[in-house]
Design a protein around this ligand. Structure first.
Ligand SMILES: NC(=O)C1=CN([C@@H]2O[C@H](COP(=O)(O)OP(=O)(O)OC[C@H]3O[C@@H](n4cnc5c(N)ncnc54)[C@H](OP(=O)(O)O)[C@@H]3O)[C@@H](O)[C@H]2O)C=CC1
Ligand SMILES: O=C(O)C1=N[C@H](C(=O)O)C[C@H](O)C1
Length: 242
């Protein structure tokens, strides 16, 4: 039976993952949170899932590398330096980093890619996301993923085209930009809409998460798929086959 170590085990996602493990015939190797010993858990586990905080990523990757244990990084709010840390780790261990482990978002990203590449320059792309009041980062990791999908499909990058949180005298919308807006409130698990708008018509592609279990189950599927893999960087698309 595959044993999964959970970094961020007492958080919302950590608890949802623990609750879903029996359904997959997998077992928890244990969990760590602030003040815990990630190195000890990494040595015990066949594979790790990390749903904690960006500030913990360096120590979590170091623990996984030292133990040669594959790791699924689901934590969002990552900066460029975190992605560099992940790239460095992939030389020694298997790493799957994703802003969203659900099947629905995997498919939505594919639909966004398709729509963005077919619609052409005259269609403006805007992304709106809403999450619960306790979410720590914005835009969401998923919004950034969807923005990246749209940017790549239109021959640019999100760093170049992304515009986050407009305010004040912004003037007319610059052509080719990808807007991102973040709403926070209540207990919303995670809603994402990608809007394609042109003169006289609009297409909206929306995913709504009603239960955190969809992320937990996707994370476990990813972990079971990643366990035993060669070092390298893997994607959720490879797990989901979308
Ligand atoms: N990829 C995906 O599909 C999804 C990603 N997420 C992302 O996962 C992350 C966690 O989300 P969620 O569970 O809602 O958040 P919570 O705040 O509920 O849980 C975070 C957990 O991580 C622990 N933690 C925080 N800082 C550290 C640290 N420095 N070292 C070790 N442990 C730490 C916390 O411990 P303590 O309580 O002691 O501070 C807590 O147990 C977020 O980045 C979120 O955006 C969420 C859902 C889906
Ligand atoms: O923090 C959350 O809750 C979620 N975070 C992920 C994100 O940043 O996109 C995924 C999901 O939307 C829930």
């Amino acid at each position: 039976m595959t044993s999964i170590g959970i970094f961020g085990s007492m958080g919302r996602m950590g608890q949802a993952i623990s609750a879903a493990l029996p359904e997959f015939g997998a077992q928890a190797a244990g969990g760590v949170d602030v003040g815990g010993d990630p190195a000890a858990l990494a040595r015990k586990a066949d594979v790790i899932v990390d749903f904690s905080a960006p500030a913990a990523l360096e120590a979590h990757l170091a623990a996984a590398r030292a133990a040669r244990t594959p790791i699924v990084v689901g934590t969002t709010g990552l900066a460029e330096r975190h992605h560099r840390m992940i790239d460095a780790a992939t030389a020694e261990i298997a790493v799957l980093q994703t802003g969203n482990t659900s099947l629905g978002i995997g498919l939505l990203a594919a639909l966004v890619r398709e729509a963005a590449s077919r619609l052409g320059q005259d269609w403006d792309i805007e992304i709106v996301e809403m999450h619960h009041r306790n979410k720590a980062d914005a835009p969401s990791g998923t919004a950034l993923m969807l923005g990246t999908a749209a940017a790549e499909a239109t021959g640019t990058t999100l760093a170049e085209a992304g515009v986050s949180g407009r305010a004040g005298l912004t003037g007319p919308r610059a052509a080719g930009t990808i807007g991102m807006a973040s709403l926070r409130g209540g207990s919303v698990i995670g809603d994402h809409s990608v809007v394609f708008a042109t003169e006289g018509e609009r297409i909206e592609l929306t995913h709504r998460a009603d239960d955190r279990a969809i992320f937990a189950k996707g994370a476990i599927r990813a972990a079971l798929w990643l366990a035993g893999r060669e070092p390298g960087r893997y994607t959720m698309d490879q797990v989901l086959g979308v």
